[in-house]
Design a protein around this ligand. Structure first.
Ligand code: 6AU
Length: 306
């Protein structure tokens, strides 16, 4: 059985069956970064400025699009252009968590973004289908990655996959690779993601590997409790990372890049206030990038960057 912990991201990409995982793992080695910024700002200008400033240092730009007070379609056009310019993936941290609910499929004309051709949505829809494809934000049309809580059961994955796996490029007609992360564990004090919760999330992910390519979590999970004999590879994106602080007054808990990547076997460090709160953005970006990258290099037995 391969040991994913000591394999390079590129080697893991070659083995991976999920296109989003392949894209992300390849990008990380190409750009020498496993840093993601949590861009928790509330205006269009501030969000685009963060994407342009931190773009050269990151593999993933994480958004909370519903906190933007002056959201418009031009924001998405510009964000997509910056993702191409700086070579990063976009991750809308939507934390879907709705129950499955039978209803009509989204209207093929009104709910889809204008640049996405109609796709065969299932006749029995799910609330999250609409939340992902429709509304003001049309998340599926621009976000490479999104995430969901496993709490409602497997139906949430099926609903989101019915959108994410059925989107095609209007220009090339090739599939737009979209991928889902399950929240297996949370970083905040008192989170209820304890006991068998992470391993149940793991089992759900194993059954849906065409769409689920990894987790938001605090440590690499094992296959204990899964119904499969083999050990699938998942990509772990980990929030609650800061080097100067141990937490905030609302229960956030921070660990260092080394604790997250080297000791807990996670892959991507997600840093919010540690980056956009720094006085010198570029210096902080390079410090976090180097800390995350060196932890990965140590893990795979390579010489670290000076
Ligand atoms: O570094 P911070 O504390 O400024 O920001 C952390 C970011 C925020 C949270 O919404 C998010 O990470 N987050 C998540 C995610 C990514 O899903 C899960 C979690 O358990 N804790 C957490 O902080 O944008």
């Amino acid at each position: 059985m391969p040991n994913f912990l000591t394999m390079s991201y590129t080697e893991r990409a070659a083995h991976h069956t999920n296109q989003t995982a392949k894209d992300l793992l390849t990008l990380m080695d190409r750009k020498k970064t496993n840093l993601s910024i949590a861009a928790d700002v509330v205006s269009k200008d501030a969000l685009l400025k963060l994407a342009d400033t931190f773009g050269p240092y990151i593999c993933v730009f994480k958004t909370h699009i519903d906190i933007i007070t002056d959201f418009d379609e031009d924001l998405i056009t510009q964000l997509k252009a910056l993702s191409e310019k700086h070579d990063f993936l976009i991750f809308e941290d939507r934390k879907f968590a709705d129950i499955g609910k039978k209803q009509n499929p989204p209207s093929q004309t009104s709910s889809l973004p204008s640049n996405i051709p109609p796709t065969p949505f299932p006749q029995t829809g799910n609330t999250v289908v609409h939340q992902y494809a429709s509304g003001i934000y049309k998340i599926a049309s621009w976000s490479h990655i999104t995430n969901a809580h496993p709490i409602p059961g497997e139906g949430i994955i099926k609903g989101l996959a019915s959108v994410g796996l059925n989107l095609f490029s209007p220009t090339t007609a090739s599939p737009l690779s979209r991928g889902l992360l399950l929240l297996a564990e949370m970083s905040s004090a008192g989170a209820l993601t304890t006991g068998t919760y992470p391993s149940q999330a793991y089992t759900m992910a194993c059954k849906n590997r065409d769409f689920v390519f990894g987790f938001i979590g605090q440590r690499r999970l094992s296959s204990e409790g899964t119904e499969e004999g083999d050990e699938p590879d998942f990509v772990y994106l980990t929030p609650g990372v800061q080097m100067a602080s141990k937490g905030d007054d609302l229960g956030q808990q921070y660990r260092t890049p080394e604790e997250v990547v080297l000791e807990s076997g996670c892959d991507v460090i997600i840093v919010g206030r540690g980056l956009y709160g720094a006085k010198d953005s570029k210096k902080a970006a390079e410090e976090y990038r180097r800390a995350g990258w060196n932890a990965y290099l140590k893990r795979i037995g390579m010489e670290v960057e000076a």
